[in-house]
Each structure stands twice: as structure tokens, then as C-alpha cells.
Design a binder for this molecule. Structure first.
Ligand SMILES: [Zn+2]
Length: 422
């Protein structure tokens, strides 16, 4: 068992390889297109390699680069870099021998790109590395994630991780080095998908169009950093959730016994808008608090940049800290109580907040928090970002059930959320 655990640990340590908080740019909607001076520090980005496995990512330096003159402009005349009806550039790989199926999947990606392009203002094209292949498990549908997250200082002076697809829209003259693609998507050709033009959808069939549209929004940044990272490090439930822990092993080949520098917890831009509401287990008079308040509390652990002799010492000290109890354990409990996490859009109040998914009675990494409430938004015009989508219904059926919203599948809450983060 020990050797297996060692292997698991090594894989997981690689996840956190070489991480530091290095905020380098500033953003707000009002200052887009402005120029910002990079700091001397080299920003550290998070690169994902498999959207189906959140654990597979590495931290790597992404030195600041000057924006290429003329890049991301004149796109209307250049189909290879997006156009006004579809700002999503598809790098489509089909692992299927059935070319008809490949064509249907590719068309669905293109249709999703057009739907999103029509709903938002894009200044730069977004490149999707789209893969359609047999994942050897018919239960898996597929997933999408940002290819790269990069640290940017939000207008409240807090550094947060932004998906590259959003950073490109800010059109900085200097920016962290971009990965060649913006969104990584992998969908299962072995799943029982229904495609447009297939005739009536079967009761067990999943509607490919809805799934793709949903996943592309995750790739565009509809995702909280709050997760059970320490479960990954420990290989067992930690009973706590945190923002992304920044651990730097300072080694290209980290082992169990390497010293680790802990340089804090970092949120995603989505987290900036999350408020935690009191529930009946909280003392009376408990006020709604931004999740950033809790991230700030977590960052009292340390001091920051403390070097720990090894991962076991680090995890036991973090999990024995007062911050673990008051934040990580408190928030995982709240994440299983209905109507406790809300997204308050930019300029909005609690009155127009959107409830996030906290109805799952056991916290579920990937389903909890980073979706809208299934209970609240089923049969509404904001059905799309629920963690579970019905089989046997087409996207048109869902739009009709949701009240035939004029904006189609992208509901008003989803629009407000995406306009807040980008
Ligand atoms: Zn999802």
C-alpha cells in the first residue's frame, strides 16, 4: 500500500509543482484595453491537460509577453481566427471511424460557438481544442475546462485566477504568455448522444447540443476555485474545501520528503462574486459574507511563504489550524445546505443573486458550488448551468419548458454572471 500511496502522492504533488502567487496585471470592465505594467515577477499559470480529470494540471511559469501587433484584430476577414458570427475557432479531432458521427459532433461545436458569440461581445477569438473520441465508458458524456488559468489582480486589489479565454478579451498590451488553445474539450463518442436532425430523441439519449453549450461555459470561467484539494493530497476525505492552495516544491522532480513553500490560497474570478448566506445553524445575526472574506481568513494561515519540511507536515498543520475549522470545514458544511452560496452579479444586490448548487447532501467536487441550483432553476430560462441535465429532451424542449426565453438557452442569470466575470 505504501508504494501505491507514494505513486499517488507523487502524481498529486506534481499538480502543485512550482506555484506562487504572482499577480501581474489589473483588470476591471471599465479599464479594459488599458495598458498595465507587469511586475518583475514571472507569473505562474495553471495548465489543465484533461477536462475530465480536474486533478491533472501543472503549474508553470508564463512570462509576460507583449501582444502581437495586429493580433486578434481584422478577424472578420479571417475565418481561421474567428468571425463576427462565430468567435470560436475549432481545432476538432475526431477519434471515430464513423465520419457521419464526426460531422455531427463538429457541427454541434460550431452551432454552440455561434450561440455564445451572439450572446456576448468578444474582442478576441477563442480557440477550442475539441476532441470527440470513445472514452470507453458510456456513462461519461464529456467536459470542457480552460486550457490555462492566469493570475490577474482584480479591481479590488485581490489576485485571482482568470481563464485565458477571458484575459484575451481584455486586450492587454502585455499579458502572461498564452497557451496555443483557450478551451480544452473532450466528449465521448461512445455515449448515447442525440444530434440535431437525428429524428425524435430517445428517452435515454443525452442531447449533445445542451451538454456542449454547458461545458463551454465552464471553459469560459463558470467555475469556483473552492474544492476539496486536500482530499487529493491526503488520498482520503479531508472534510474541508479551500480556494486553490499555492504550493511550491521548488523541485523539478518533487518527492514525499521535499520541502514545500506555501504561498497562500487563490480564488478564481468567479469567486469574487460569491456571497455566503447564513442558514439556521448559524448564530442569529450572522450576516451574508463574500467568499473572499473566507479566502482572506484562510490566508491568515502561515505566515505566507513559510517553507514546510514536507507535505505531511504542511497538511497536518493546515488541517490543525483555526482557519481550517472556521473556513474549510465551515464552508464544506455550508456547501451541503440549500440556498447558502449565491452569485451576486457586478453592480447587483442579494435581490438579484443566483443560487448556486448546495443541495447535494454530500459535497460533490465538480457538481457542488460551480453550478446553479437544480432545485431553483429547473424549468426556468436559466436551466443550462445545472449540474444535471435531463436525458430524452432536446435543447428546444428545455427552452420551451423554461418559458421560451427570447435569448434561447443562455438565460438572463447566466448572461449576468458571464458579464460580471469578463
Ligand atoms: Zn457542469
Amino acid at each position: 500500500m505504501k508504494s501505491l500511496q507514494s505513486i499517488i502522492f507523487l502524481i498529486r504533488l506534481l499538480i502543485f509543482y512550482h506555484t506562487t502567487i504572482t499577480p501581474i496585471l489589473t483588470t476591471s470592465t471599465s479599464t479594459s484595453n488599458s495598458d498595465f505594467s507587469p511586475t518583475a515577477a514571472v507569473p505562474q499559470c495553471i495548465d489543465y491537460s484533461d477536462p475530465l480529470d480536474f486533478g491533472k494540471h501543472i503549474i508553470k511559469p508564463c512570462p509576460n509577453k507583449a501582444r502581437l501587433k495586429g493580433s486578434n484584430t481584422n478577424f472578420q476577414n479571417d475565418l481561421s481566427s474567428g468571425n463576427s458570427s462565430n468567435m470560436f475557432v475549432l481545432q476538432f479531432t475526431c477519434g471515430e471511424t464513423n465520419t457521419t458521427l464526426c460531422k455531427k459532433a463538429k457541427s454541434a461545436f460550431e452551432a454552440a460557438g455561434k450561440i455564445i458569440t451572439a450572446a456576448f461581445i468578444f474582442k478576441a477569438p477563442i480557440v477550442i481544442d475539441a476532441n470527440f473520441l470513445d472514452l470507453n465508458d458510456p456513462r461519461l458524456l464529456g467536459a470542457a475546462s480552460p486550457t490555462r488559468l492566469m493570475p490577474i489582480v482584480s479591481e479590488d486589489s485581490v489576485p485571482r485566477m482568470y481563464p485565458q479565454a477571458l484575459v484575451k478579451q481584455f486586450q492587454y498590451s502585455v499579458h502572461p504568455d498564452y497557451s496555443p488553445t483557450d478551451i480544452l474539450a473532450k466528449f465521448n463518442s461512445g455515449a448515447d448522444f442525440w444530434f440535431q436532425g437525428d429524428g425524435p430523441i430517445g428517452p435515454q439519449q443525452s442531447n449533445f447540443h445542451t451538454v456542449i453549450l454547458h461545458e463551454l461555459f465552464h471553459g469560459l470561467g463558470f467555475s469556483s476555485s473552492y474544492r476539496d484539494y486536500f482530499d487529493l493530497l491526503l488520498g482520503q476525505p479531508s472534510e474541508g474545501i479551500t480556494a486553490f492552495p499555492m504550493l511550491d516544491s521548488n523541485s523539478t522532480n518533487p518527492t514525499f520528503n521535499d520541502p514545500l513553500k506555501f504561498s497562500g490560497f487563490i480564488e478564481t474570478i468567479f469567486d469574487k462574486f460569491i456571497m455566503i448566506l447564513p442558514d439556521k445553524s448559524d448564530p442569529s445575526g450572522t450576516k451574508p459574507l463574500p467568499i473572499s472574506y473566507f479566502t482572506n481568513q484562510l490566508n491568515q494561515f502561515g505566515p505566507l511563504n513559510t517553507i514546510f519540511p514536507n507535505i505531511n507536515v504542511l497538511t497536518s498543520q493546515i488541517m490543525g489550524s483555526p482557519q481550517w475549522k472556521s473556513v474549510a470545514q465551515y464552508l464544506i458544511k455550508k456547501a451541503t445546505v440549500a440556498n447558502t452560496f449565491v452569485f451576486v452579479p457586478r453592480g447587483g444586490t442579494l435581490a438579484n443573486a443566483t443560487y448556486l448548487e448546495t443541495n447535494l447532501k454530500v459535497y460533490s467536487s465538480g457538481s457542488s458550488i460551480s453550478h446553479v441550483s437544480l432545485a431553483k432553476y429547473t424549468n426556468t430560462n436559466d436551466f443550462l448551468m445545472r449540474y444535471s441535465l435531463e436525458s430524452g429532451v432536446t435543447i428546444e424542449d428545455l427552452i420551451i419548458k423554461g418559458g421560451n426565453y427570447s435569448g434561447g438557452a443562455i438565460g438572463p442569470r447566466l448572461r449576468a454572471i458571464m458579464n460580471s466575470i469578463g
